[in-house]
Design a protein around this ligand. Structure first.
Ligand code: AVI
Length: 304
């Protein structure tokens, strides 16, 4: 288990300071992310939901009904409802690190789908993707929506997809969302919403670390910066220090001079062909992909 304080001290004292995006997420951060997904500017969530609803029948034709859906990082189990409603699979296995989130969502969901067998797994999916869970010989579909795959660095993405393949098992499938490259203005707007939820979400990493590790950041002295890097095809999020300050973590004093940028997140954007290639490189056989009329977002179904 990596010591969070040491990890933060090391990443902040690097020549280009960074913070792991996992620090966005405490209870407030999850609520802010939820608010982001409802802003008019953040198109991925509703576009993906429409794609799932519009093409659920075509997907079911390939998958059959005797299916167990496994969802790493299921959170509040929101998107899977579209599939549970339409497919009535045999089982649903959410994997989620937050126990409260997992229990809250499954307690609410399970009574609505009495025919679906729920097996909730409390785990950090980035650490452990294979579980000795017996699906009774049923086919497993790994569901990884939201373009969360875009938050992995290219070097780590392949290994993670291999892990998803392992989780899907021999006869399994992967259903995964991937956000697409597009007009930078549209992307920049999605990560700079007028209501300021993305800014608050970014700054929440500092509030979270103050609470958890007593770092002593002054969040008011930071500005949210998010922009599309056209060369690397990614949205970058940073926190820019607007005045000199020093924080302390793991007994280490770290100076953050005015103008310092802490890099907090990358969100890579794909092409349908490029993402399909990555699936093939991870050993999947792409079955189909679906894109909305505006070409904003893609959903891919692939066989192991
Ligand atoms: C979770 N993930 C897919 C989001 C994204 O778009 O990369 C996180 C996010 N960051 C800012 N807004 C949303």
């Amino acid at each position: 288990m990596i010591d969070a304080a040491r990890e933060v001290a090391t990443s902040l004292s690097a020549p280009r300071p960074t913070l792991d995006p996992k620090y966005f997420y405490d209870q407030r951060g999850s609520a802010l992310f939820d608010a982001i997904t409802r802003t008019p500017e953040y198109y991925p969530t509703r576009t993906e939901a429409s794609l799932l609803a519009d093409h659920a029948d075509a997907m079911a034709a390939e998958l059959g009904s005797d299916l167990v859906i496994a969802e790493p990082g299921a959170g509040g189990c929101e998107k899977v409802r579209i599939l549970l409603d339409r497919w009535r699979p045999s089982g649903y296995m959410p994997l989620e690190i937050s126990r409260e989130c997992l229990l809250g969502a499954t307690r609410e969901l399970a009574p609505r789908y009495p025919a679906v067998h729920f097996s909730a797994v409390c785990a950090d999916y980035s650490q452990a993707l294979s579980f000795p869970v017996d699906d009774g010989g049923r086919r497993r579909l790994v569901f990884f929506p939201g373009s969360t795959i875009g938050n992995f660095e290219p070097a780590a993405r392949g290994d993670f997809l291999l892990g998803l393949r392992g989780l899907a098992g021999g006869q399994g499938y992967l259903l995964i969302g991937a956000d697409l490259q597009k007009d930078p203005a549209r992307l920049n707007a999605a990560y700079n919403d007028a209501a300021g939820h993305t800014a608050a979400f970014n700054l929440n990493a500092l509030h979270h670390l103050n609470q958890r590790l007593g770092c002593g950041f002054d969040p008011d002295a930071f500005a949210h910066r998010a922009f599309y890097n056209e060369t690397l095809h990614r949205i970058e999020m940073h926190l820019e220090c607007r005045r000199d300050q020093a924080i302390t973590v793991a007994d280490q004093r770290i100076e953050l001079p005015e103008g310092t940028r802490i890099h907090t997140e990358n969100s890579y954007k794909f092409t349908v062909e490029g993402f399909s290639r990555e699936l093939v490189e991870a050993g999947f056989s792409p079955v189909a992909s679906w894109v909305d009329d505006e070409g904003l977002f893609s959903v891919h179904l692939a066989r192991v």
